[in-house]
Design a binder for this molecule. Structure first.
Ligand SMILES: [Fe+2]
Ligand SMILES: [Fe+2]
Length: 267
């Protein structure tokens, strides 16, 4: 079996519509895509279904990515226990896929209803396993911690115990996955500060993209709210969470300045 497959090699049937990260982030509408799941919004059901679909395709790619990392490297590259953790993650993500499919049905959605962006799997194809841990386990599964916490609370607000319970269950697993990333990133780069620094820089790039131009923050009305306490349980420091919040605020300020410039430009 081939090792280190390319990001375009994902197997999908006709129901899926795939989009690369490049296509997604060059689309000027992408900053709108995440959408706030405000229980009072008129189109809240559609927004929630869109977000759940994004989570579902993330779960498939997390399963595929963890599987690749368990398979692509031998024990000269990574500790055997790291491979075992990746195998355990596959087991969790497979359950999350099943939960997400049933949740989509519960919420009136269907598979393939929205586009699938392959960013997570692209980050999981990095040739250095430490970069995979930084980009996938810490950046993207860190995002999952934020989103699942918010969707759990949204389920409570909407009086939907099924949604709330499923999110809470998956959230607990994601905290474990992020913690695995934090643990192995530190342990594998022990004595190699350059490699650690480069991996953390990669994580920052991924986190920067997934702020969706400033939509992540700690304010109650943030479209994606940073779940500081769960992130800390998963090995993030307060400084790291502060850094994401500050970068996001900067991105939001830039976006607002751009919009103002467009609105006030002479016709
Ligand atoms: Fe998951
Ligand atoms: Fe995960």
């Amino acid at each position: 079996m081939q090792k280190h497959i390319s990001p375009s090699a994902l197997a999908r049937d006709h129901r899926f519509n795939r989009q690369t990260s490049e296509e997604r982030f060059s689309d000027p509408r992408h900053s709108m895509e995440v959408g706030n799941v405000d229980p009072g919004a008129e189109d809240v059901a559609d927004r929630a279904r869109r977000r759940m679909h994004g989570i579902f395709v993330g779960e498939i790619q997390a399963l595929e990515g963890a599987g690749r990392t368990a398979f692509d490297f031998d024990t000269n590259d990574v500790p055997y226990e790291l491979k075992l953790d990746m195998a355990r993650q596959c087991w969790d993500e497979a359950r999350h896929c099943e939960i997400s499919i049933k949740l989509a049905e519960h919420m009136g959605g269907e598979l393939g209803e929205y586009v699938e962006t392959t960013t997570l799997f692209e980050a999981a194809c990095h040739k250095d396993p430490v970069f995979r841990l930084a980009g996938v386990n810490r950046a993207l599964e860190g995002l999952a911690i934020d989103v699942f916490t918010q969707m759990r609370d949204f389920g409570d607000e909407m009086g939907d115990p099924i949604l709330s319970y499923c999110e809470d269950y998956m959230l607990a697993d994601e905290v474990t996955h992020v913690r695995m990333g934090s643990k192995w990133l530190r342990s594998v780069t022990e004595g190699d500060p350059e490699r650690r620094k480069a991996a953390l820089e990669f994580q920052k790039v991924v986190d920067g993209l997934f702020n969706f131009r400033g939509q992540r923050g700690e304010e109650v009305d943030s479209p994606i709210r940073l779940a500081r306490e769960f992130r800390k349980m998963a090995g993030f420091t307060d400084d790291e969470v502060d850094d994401i919040a500050e970068t996001s605020l900067k991105q939001r300020t830039e976006l607002e300045a751009e919009r103002l410039a467009v609105a006030t430009a002479p016709q």
